[in-house]
Each structure stands twice: as structure tokens, then as C-alpha cells.
Write a protein that binds this ligand. Structure first.
Ligand SMILES: [Zn+2]
Ligand SMILES: [Zn+2]
Length: 245
């Protein structure tokens, strides 16, 4: 048993997994050599799952998808720059509560649960096999306000789960745009243009996964993907916890 596995086991012994939603016992890791999940099975079952969604932008499809790569009308008309999105949940109660606690109250246990849920979904998705992870950077003023980037914390946990590199500073985000939340879809797209660049002298692999907590219109992810493709990456996928329906 590796030292970190032994450590996880010890921590689980002292602080057994406890559900972040209801306070009941969480789930022990099946392998017993990794840390448990701070979420009970019934609460996990209550989370609003995103099923039958667009292969590319993850919006729920109105009709049952005929094949796993079905796309929505918007993506068929004008495809975003990323290839595929794995977004297992909808941004609805009680998943939204977990994200808000993580993001705005700095609840790291909630963040670890979200990362684990996303890892589980990615592991079950045969369509995505990136070799490195890039978190979507936060607007610099937001980063100062919050003190941490939620996407970076999620990405770090997921990179550990898949044992692939985390390119934490590959993408840089510049100021000069309004918070996306205040804007409609069209203005979001305009507002986000040109805010990302690639760190100088960084070696990028052929395929990367962009990680974020919530996907709203997908315009931030599409802009980040565009910049990565221009820098030589061949394929960008998006791994995001929740989709705004
Ligand atoms: Zn629970
Ligand atoms: Zn779509």
C-alpha cells in the first residue's frame, strides 16, 4: 500500500465519510485504499442528473438521442470549438447548493465531493480520453475576492484521480470583461472574446480537458477552447460538474 493510500485509510478511520447534504454516513471507497465520499447513496441518487444531452454542448436534448454523439440544433448550426462535453448534472437543487457552498463559502469538503462525482462520470464516458487537464481560469478580480479558483481545485482532484498532468497555469485570463452572469447569451459571447491567452513557453499536449464547475451557455469554454486550438492542441473536451438547463 502506497503511503498516500495508507494516509487516506487513516483519515477515513479518524473522520469517517459524512454526507455533506444530510449529515448521515457517507460512502466508503469500494477499494478501501482510497478516501471515502462525503455523500450518502440516497443523497447521490437525489442529485439532478443530466441525461440524454448534446454530445458537444451538454444541453439536455428534447427528444431521446438516437446515438451517443447526437447534437442539439445550435451545435449543428454552428459547432463550438470543443469536441465533446461530459457534464453529468443539472445546475438545480440540491447540486446547486453544493456548488454555492464550495464556491462562495469555501467549503472544501463540498468541492471534493463535486470533483469525485465528475471523475466518476468521466470514467464512465468512453468518448473522452484527454491526456492533460486545464482549469478555466477565473477573472483576476474574482480570484482576489474569492482567494481560490474553484475550477483549479476541482481540476487538481480530478488530475489526481486519473493520474494525468494538471496544466494549472496554461491558460491566462485577462480583465476587461463584465461578469458573464450579468449578460445574455449574445453579449456573453462578445464579452468573453480575447480574454484568454496561453502562457509563454508552455508545452501543450494534443488533447486536453477543460474543467469548470458550471456551464451556462458554453461561451467561456468555447473561447478557452479556441485559444488552446490556436496554440496547437488538436482536441479540447469539457469536463464540467453541472449544466444550466
Ligand atoms: Zn445524505
Ligand atoms: Zn449542443
Amino acid at each position: 500500500m502506497a503511503v498516500n493510500q495508507l494516509f487516506s485509510k487513516l483519515v477515513d478511520g479518524i473522520y469517517p465519510p459524512t454526507c455533506v447534504l444530510c449529515g448521515e454516513s457517507g460512502q466508503n471507497h469500494p477499494a478501501k485504499d482510497s478516501s471515502g465520499l462525503d455523500l450518502c447513496s440516497p443523497c447521490q441518487g437525489d442529485l439532478p442528473s443530466n441525461q440524454n444531452y448534446c454530445f458537444q454542448c451538454a444541453i439536455p436534448l428534447p427528444l431521446a438521442a438516437t446515438n451517443p454523439q447526437s447534437r442539439c440544433g445550435d451545435c449543428l448550426k454552428s459547432a463550438p470549438k470543443f469536441t465533446h462535453s461530459c457534464v453529468p448534472y443539472l445546475y438545480q437543487w440540491p447540486l446547486d447548493r453544493l456548488i454555492q457552498r464550495f464556491k462562495f463559502q469555501g467549503n472544501l469538503a463540498a468541492g471534493r465531493v463535486l470533483a469525485r462525482l465528475l471523475s466518476q462520470a468521466v470514467a464512465a464516458d468512453p468518448e473522452t480520453k484527454p491526456v492533460a487537464i486545464v482549469p478555466v481560469p477565473l477573472h483576476p478580480s474574482r480570484l482576489r475576492e474569492r482567494g481560490f479558483n474553484q475550477a483549479t481545485l476541482l481540476a487538481a482532484d480530478i488530475a489526481k484521480d486519473f493520474q494525468i498532468p494538471l496544466l494549472g497555469n496554461a491558460l491566462l485570463r485577462h480583465t476587461a470583461n463584465q461578469p458573464q452572469a450579468d449578460l445574455d447569451a449574445h453579449h456573453r459571447q462578445k464579452n468573453i472574446r480575447g480574454v484568454f491567452s496561453i502562457k509563454e513557453n508552455i508545452l501543450l499536449p494534443d488533447s486536453v480537458a477543460l474543467v469548470d464547475d458550471v456551464m451556462t451557455t458554453g461561451s467561456t469554454l468555447a473561447e478557452a477552447a479556441k485559444v488552446l486550438l490556436v496554440a496547437g492542441v488538436k482536441r479540447v473536451d469539457c469536463w464540467v460538474v453541472a449544466r444550466t438547463p
